[in-house]
Design a protein around this ligand. Structure first.
Ligand code: FAD
Ligand code: SF4
Length: 510
């Protein structure tokens, strides 16, 4: 009764459900770096290095622990281009009873694997991914019958379920569920942002860097200065580093942006959590412990935990509840192509340049850069959802369809009608000025709106408000914006719309 156990690149956990009750003497583990998965989008070079190297380290560990592992290393000449090819060849070569795997993070692949029982003529068992706190069914049950799905209420359920930051009486620690009001400070250079956690590439990682440079030369980004962890041990050290040096200020400066610092007080843990090197619940427990032992304040710890057991679980629930139709949504009717500067960073808009350039170098930008800079611009300019979604899926080391799609299509583009926010996160340059020091270094003037040197976000913001009157005027949270717009002098409104039209016609040259 030997089975083929398929472990995917984002399932690098010894506790993964596919391995439960498996027999190291009988069962055969299969892991594969295949052209179809590496090349179906323009994955950042650092994302490929992270995943291939972490997979190789994980496979090595499994072998050391006594498992039989078939590892298909990337080979451009291989006739096995897809996971299905590799699995089919293994089934042919060995007498294996069935395929066991854990549900994957992408509808596309899920759909393919679901057909293997007929295509490969073998029994296929797809097990739930128990690394998430809420199962897909649990989320669907919570969502059923609700008029509106609000993350905050779902989050409270997850707090109760996990007991994280809950008193023995079932109340939230600190007397509040949410301390976000304390988390909107601008960062002015003090306290100093901590040094980035770094792991020097070992021999395995160095070989993968060489491979990626050779075979994925035209992919986005660079392999230079690769310093991500690729083993569980190092990812745990990254978590400790975050708790010791960044978590205390994580809350205060969660929404801040800097012209000089790439990472600020963020955890940079999503690449590890998403590929399985870190367990999300253990990460939250470690953060909660930091509050109980007085090493970090409640606004930081609650805010951090909310991102993981709240937002992360919520977006996954939305994804699986609404796919595959979800990916086709475009409720604002956007039709503009993605400007080329998203791939080069060559734009005079300083905030955009900094966010895209950091993305190119690091395969990372923090949440507010993704939401309020590159995302906000795409929303205001009316970029086609599928093009901006493809960009986000390609450029970040933590990007997988289940988490990228709801964040971009829903939270940023409001293309789903509002599952991820009761109003769009649209903002003028004023927001960016309030939360960063970019504007002081910009070609454009944030205080101007209609002049030739005016910040593009300003006129584009009003153009967005004006062109989507039918979509948003009835939204109670947007009413004030429409009253403000209607109150403005007609000549000024005309000048703002004219400037916006010019910006949209010349979007490639901004
Ligand atoms: P921190 O700021 O330290 O936050 C802690 C953790 O909370 C993160 O590691 C992550 O696991 C979780 N988290 C925070 N916000 C979210 C969220 N909105 N959705 C899911 N998890 C969240 N996150 C991804 O993991 N993959 C993506 O592809 C992705 N794409 C995004 C695209 C856009 C347009 C936006 C606005 C957000 C996206 N996010 C994505 C969410 C968030 O920006 C990243 O999780 C975060 O920036 C990762 O950096 P960090 O680990 O330093 O996070
Ligand atoms: Fe960005 Fe406008 Fe500020 Fe320039 S002036 S950095 S474009 S918000």
């Amino acid at each position: 009764m030997a089975n083929l156990i398929l472990i995917l690149g984002d399932q690098l956990s010894p506790e993964i459900s596919a391995l439960q009750n498996a027999d190291p003497n009988e069962d055969r583990i299969v892991m594969a770096e295949v052209a179809d998965e590496a090349g179906y989008t323009n994955h950042h070079k650092k994302k490929l290095v992270l995943l291939f190297s972490a997979m190789r380290h994980f496979a090595g560990q499994l072998e050391q622990d006594g498992w039989q592992v078939h590892y298909h290393a990337f080979d451009p000449g291989s006739k096995h281009k897809s996971l299905e090819d590799v699995v089919a060849a293994q089934l042919k070569e060995h007498s294996l009873e069935s395929v066991i795997t854990t549900e994957c993070g992408e509808w596309r692949l899920h759909d393919q694997i679901s057909q293997w029982h007929t295509r490969l003529g073998v029994q296929v068992e797809i097990r739930p991914d128990t690394r998430f706190i809420a199962s897909k069914q649990e989320f669907a049950d919570w969502a059923e019958g609700r008029k509106q799905l609000r993350m905050e209420f779902f989050y409270r359920e997850m707090r109760r379920k996990t007991g994280l930051l809950m008193t023995a009486d079932g109340d939230p620690e600190g007397g509040e569920w949410n301390f976000d009001a304390d988390n909107r400070k601008k960062w002015t250079g003090k306290p100093a942002a901590p040094a980035t956690f770094r792991v020097e590439p070992d021999k395995i990682t160095q070989a993968v860097i060489k491979l990626v440079d050779e075979h994925f030369e035209d992919h986005f980004g660079t392999t230079e200065d690769f310093h991500f962890a690729v083993t569980r041990e190092d990812a745990e050290a990254a978590l400790e580093h975050f708790i010791d040096y960044a978590l205390p200020c994580f809350g205060d400066y969660q929404d801040a942006m800097s012209d000089t610092e790439d990472w600020l007080f963020h955890s940079i843990l999503s690449p590890y959590i998403n590929c399985g090197l870190l367990d999300p619940l253990s990460v939250c427990e470690a953060a909660a412990q930091a509050w109980y032992s007085g090493r970090a304040p409640i606004n930081a710890v609650e805010g951090f935990i909310r991102q993981i057991i709240g937002w992360r679980e919520f977006v996954r629930g939305i994804y699986w509840m609404l796919m595959p139709d979800y990916a086709e949504e475009n409720r604002l009717g956007n039709s503009r192509a993605l400007p080329w500067f998203y791939w080069t960073g060559e734009t005079k808009m300083r905030c955009m340049h900094r966010a895209i350039d950091a993305t190119r170098r690091n395969a990372y930008a923090h949440h507010i850069q993704r939401l309020m800079v590159t995302g906000n611009f795409a929303l205001l300019a009316g970029i086609k959802p599928e093009e901006i979604c493809d960009w986000y899926l390609a450029v970040y080391a933590d990007a997988y369809d289940w988490v990228e799609l709801p964040n971009v299509l829903g939270m940023v583009m409001h293309a789903d009608g509002g599952y991820l926010g009761s109003k769009p996160y649209a903002a003028s340059g004023k927001y960016i000025q309030r939360m960063s020091d970019h504007c002081a270094n910009c070609h454009y003037k944030v205080s101007n709106s209609t002049e030739d040197d005016a910040c593009p976000f300003n006129a584009l913001y009003w153009h967005f408000i004006d062109r989507h009157r039918d979509d948003f005027e009835g939204n109670p949270r947007m009413g004030m914006m429409y009253r403000n717009w209607d109150k403005q002098d007609p000549d000024r409104r005309e000048a703002l719309l004219k400037r916006a039209e010019w910006l949209l016609d010349n979007v490639e040259n901004l």
